[in-house]
Design a protein around this ligand. Structure first.
Ligand code: DSN
Length: 416
């Protein structure tokens, strides 16, 4: 990118690190479920002069002059988000998924109000009231868990907890849950107790946009998501909601939770919402889903325990403890072989938080470089070897060479 030559002059060390990162991305098999590879037009707009503008407020009602182009960019982003997701209203200003969730809570709830959400060790997110998150200090959370047998959400249990706890908001959505969520049932439960339903589809935005999985939008009062996971765009969060909540949400985001938003990120959101209409994006989401199913089957055939027995989205969550290793060991061994993913708790995990028993794999980034389901068995065998034979130099050398070969055969794409 053109800015790199200026960067090399201003800060050679940072310039070198950016180049090193480019090379790491090119030569690594990426199975981080919260990542994908974006088109280069996203980098272009994120690294553009749009970074300069301060834009407190909303289009047509800003607190600084000079917003003529920023206003149009935000209007385009909002219109495209509404069209893509069939939503009545969109706020495109949140800096991240957590910021979007926090803005929704503070928009319609009072401090101390009750929220029912999924427990983090069972798949939920920090911003769903984990004790380490400020959300738990401001609101009174109760958490539902997955059924210990099926490892899936037990909707009867969620209903019982809701009737007992009487939350003002129910949160559906997870960062580590490989199955579809029954949004209709979650909406019925929320209505039964007169609560709002917020769906956090941070991981699933791209799959929903590409119509690879059902959308929560018709069922939820609020839907939040991020643009860089399956959405394969730039950083930042979005809130979708019914028109009747538009003003409340806008006020909750700015001035409630944020000052100026980032015009370059809003432009990147507008761009990915346009690209998401392309057939190639729709195909990418379909391949992501097929890859996850193929990967899950391949690991099952290799004797791994797949949490919930399979997958309906881009994630495969596996319990590696039966193979005699921890999630942390799996993560380290795979990274040494050029394959990245992250260790993850599994429901009822008995290992310590730093080590954990599971790993979470995502197939969005593999699909983004053109890899399809026919490659997943090969990748599973490479990963199995790296996890089980890390002490054998020759085996590891072979895995590393094959990983590099795969990366060269499927180079990162610059556009969809
Ligand atoms: N929510 C975190 C994850 O799922 O990995 C980061 O986006």
């Amino acid at each position: 990118m053109s800015t790199q030559s200026y960067l090399a002059t201003d800060d050679p060390e940072l310039a070198w690190l950016v180049q090193a990162e480019e090379s790491r991305l090119e030569n690594t098999l990426n199975l981080i479920a919260a990542e994908s590879h974006c088109p280069h037009s996203i980098y272009e707009v994120m690294g553009s002069v749009l970074n300069t503008k301060t834009i407190e407020g909303y289009p047509g009602n800003r607190f600084h002059a000079g917003c003529v182009n920023a206003d149009r960019i935000e209007e385009i982003a909002v219109e495209r988000a509404k069209k893509l997701f069939g939503a009545e209203y969109a706020n495109v200003q949140p800096h991240s998924g957590s910021s979007a969730n926090i803005a929704v809570y503070f928009s319609v709830l009072k401090v101390g109000d009750k929220i029912l959400s999924m427990s983090l060790p069972h798949g939920g997110h920090l911003s769903h009231g984990h004790k380490a998150s400020m959300t738990s200090k401001c609101f009174d959370f109760a958490h539902y868990r997955v059924n210990p047998e099926t490892e899936r959400i037990d909707y009867d249990r969620v209903r019982e907890t809701a009737l007992e706890f009487k939350p003002r908001m129910v949160v559906a959505g997870a960062s580590s849950y490989p199955r579809l969520i029954d949004y209709k049932t979650m909406a019925e439960i929320a209505r039964e107790v007169n609560a709002y339903l917020m769906v956090d589809m941070a991981h699933l935005g791209g799959l929903v946009a590409g119509k690879a999985i059902p959308s929560p939008v018709p069922h939820a009062d609020f839907v939040t998501f991020t643009c860089y996971k399956t959405m394969a765009g730039g950083r930042g969060g979005v809130i979708l909601c019914k028109e009747k909540y538009a003003q409340t949400i806008n006020h909750g985001v700015f001035p409630g939770c944020q000052g100026t938003s980032a015009v370059n990120l809003i432009a990147a959101k507008a761009l990915i919402f346009k690209l998401a209409e392309k057939q190639s994006f729709i195909d990418l989401q379909k391949t992501t889903l097929e890859n996850a199913r193929a990967l899950s089957k391949a690991f099952r055939d290799l004797g791994y325990r797949i949490v919930t027995g399979g997958t309906d989205n881009h994630q495969v969550v596996m319990d590696v403890s039966g193979k005699g290793i921890t999630g942390k060991e799996a993560e380290d061994r795979l990274e040494a072989a050029g394959i990245i993913m992250n260790r993850n708790v599994v429901p009822s995990d008995e290992n310590s938080p730093g080590k954990v028993s599971g790993i979470r794999l995502g197939t969005s980034a593999l699909a983004a470089r053109g890899m399809g389901p026919d490659k997943m068995a090969e990748i599973a065998v490479l990963m199995d070897t790296a996890m089980m034979k890390s002490h054998l130099n020759d085996a590891m050398k072979k895995v590393k060479a094959e990983v590099l070969q795969l990366c060269q055969t499927f180079p990162l794409k610059k556009e969809f």
